[in-house]
Design a protein around this ligand. Structure first.
Ligand SMILES: C[S@@+](CC[C@H](N)C(=O)[O-])C[C@H]1O[C@@H](n2cnc3c(N)ncnc32)[C@H](O)[C@@H]1O
Length: 148
């Protein structure tokens, strides 16, 4: 995916890093951190360390935004069965079957969990497919960056 993206974008400003995110430390701090269809693959026991990593990657006024799949048949990949809480069995077109981490979140439950970790979070959902939200560490004014 990195190679495909690099060949399409051809932008020297983009730095690609191939790493295990659970063993990686951000080399700097950033205004914005985005993750798409990733949070649901963070094992339950790694939720707090992951958000702590996001916190370390943000500048004091920084903010994170995420989008992921809803716990609804239309919002997830076909050919997967929820095996137990946080694990699904996913069948590929070639017949192979994998057990993968897939943790589904409800909007209010996720926002409350983030608040407990020191984030101001707004989490929403679309009618059928997606859950999305933004989060900023408590010290950031909640209307940032709208304040002038
Ligand atoms: C569901 S995909 C989402 C990819 C991309 N954000 C998108 O929307 O197309 C999850 C991605 O996380 C990557 N991934 C899984 N475990 C990882 C880890 N420990 N460190 C870094 N990346 C990981 C997978 O290789 C996969 O590319």
């Amino acid at each position: 995916m990195i190679a495909i993206n690099e060949s399409r974008l051809k932008d020297p400003k983009v730095e690609y890093v191939r790493a295990d995110i659970f063993r990686w430390s951000p080399p700097g701090t950033y205004d914005f951190v985005f993750f798409g269809f990733w949070l649901s693959h963070v094992p339950r026991g790694r939720f707090e360390p992951f958000w702590s990593l996001v916190r370390r990657a943000l500048r004091p006024s920084g903010r994170a935004f995420f989008v992921d799949s809803l716990a609804a048949p239309a919002g997830t990949a076909p050919g997967q069965q929820i095996e137990c809480d946080g694990i699904v069995e996913r069948s590929l077109n070639d017949g192979r079957v994998f057990r993968i981490v897939k943790v589904f979140y409800e909007t209010r439950q996720l926002a409350a969990r983030l608040r407990k970790l020191g984030w101001t979070a707004q989490v929403h959902r679309t009618p059928n497919f997606f859950i999305y939200g933004s989060a900023a560490p408590f010290e950031v004014p909640p209307d940032w960056p709208l304040r002038t």
